[in-house]
Write a protein that binds this ligand. Structure first.
Ligand SMILES: *Cc1c(COP(=O)(O)O)cnc(C)c1O
Length: 305
């Protein structure tokens, strides 16, 4: 099963913007957790897979969009650890399959498409019952993997960080990852979440609930920075693309255009605007997502070099 303790490296970035503003920026390289189970998805799936095995469930069912890192990770982990997997995909089937779904399919995931309208009602009891009639008994992993067991897994993300820091910055989709980090830090430091979706404020209550469900606690040392969604999920502009491509050349670290590119763009913008004080240390989480670049490039024309 998932290795008990994986450790990922920390690297410190060095460039003139950081020097001029006298801040230090460290990256937790969660993108290096596993080549096929992308970044934070490794953390989010670990205890769900262990739970499914303990319940003797042989089939996992989950939800996601056509470019979902989560779908990709569940499909791969399922094939590796001998689970059948079913992916309920939002929207119409489009052939040929994009790289994410094509991989998922080749890992043995059964892809089942539902309309966007139906997708919104995916957690309704009657719909789940229908799925059970069609597919038999399964262990359900919610969209993006975010449940209490995912939060538990994400409390392990910065456990092995040995450098000191004042701020943690993390990209948000469904909020499970940051909920784990906030729970782990137990009121210490300041945590900033960067939603990749438009109108990310709605995540406040989701993150609070995820934290409460996990540890019965509530914390106020975290906030959302909602200014860097670039128009919404999978939306971008050429500034963002240029930032990602230059970042790669400068630091030899690949960012993805959906989550981590927006995160680092935001952090650098905030540094330039004097948001962080001289002498402060920022820890940014690279949550992975690199598999999504192939599909993004196919769709929008080889933007990410
Ligand atoms: C899924 C994903 C996220 C979002 O994680 P949540 O726990 O849903 O907030 C962030 N970054 C990357 C690269 C992801 O794949």
């Amino acid at each position: 099963m998932f290795d008990e303790d994986i450790s990922t490296p920390i690297v410190q970035l060095n460039d003139s913007i950081l020097r001029n503003n006298q801040v230090q920026l460290f990256i937790k390289r969660e993108d290096l957790t596993n080549r096929f189970i992308s970044g934070n998805k490794y953390r989010k799936l670990k205890y769900n897979f262990i739970e499914a095995r303990n319940r003797s469930c042989k089939t996992l069912l989950t939800f996601g969009g056509a470019f979902s890192n989560h779908i990709h990770a569940v499909a791969y982990a399922g094939s590796k650890f001998d689970f059948k997997t079913i992916g309920i995909i939002r929207g119409e089937e489009s052939l040929p399959l994009n790289p994410t779904l094509s991989d998922a399919n080749s890992y043995g995931m059964k892809l089942h498409y539902i309309s966007r309208v139906k997708y919104r009602e995916k957690y309704e009891e009657s719909f789940i019952e229908k799925l059970e009639t069609e597919f038999g008994k399964f262990y359900l992993i919610p969209e993006g993997g975010s449940n209490s067991l995912a939060v538990k897994g994400c409390t392990e993300i910065i456990k092995d960080v040995s450098v000191s820091f004042d701020h943690v910055c993390c990209a948000c989709g469904t909020g499970g990852t940051i909920a784990g980090i906030i729970s782990d830090l137990d009121g210490k430091h300041k945590i900033w979440g960067f939603p990749a979706l438009k109108n990310g404020e709605f995540l406040m209550k989701d993150i609070k609930r995820l934290i409460f469900d996990y540890c019965n606690g509530a914390f106020n040392n975290w906030e959302l920075i909602t200014a860097y969604h670039f128009g919404g999920y999978a939306k971008y502009d050429y500034d963002l693309i240029q930032f990602i491509n230059r970042f790669k050349i400068k630091h030899d670290i690949q960012l993805d255009p959906i989550y981590t590119g927006k995160l680092f763009y935001g952090i650098y913008d905030m540094i330039k605007n004097g948001f962080f004080k001289p002498g402060e240390k920022i820890l940014a989480i690279h949550t992975g997502g690199i598999q999504g670049i192939r599909g993004f490039n196919k769709r929008f024309g080889n933007l990410i070099k």
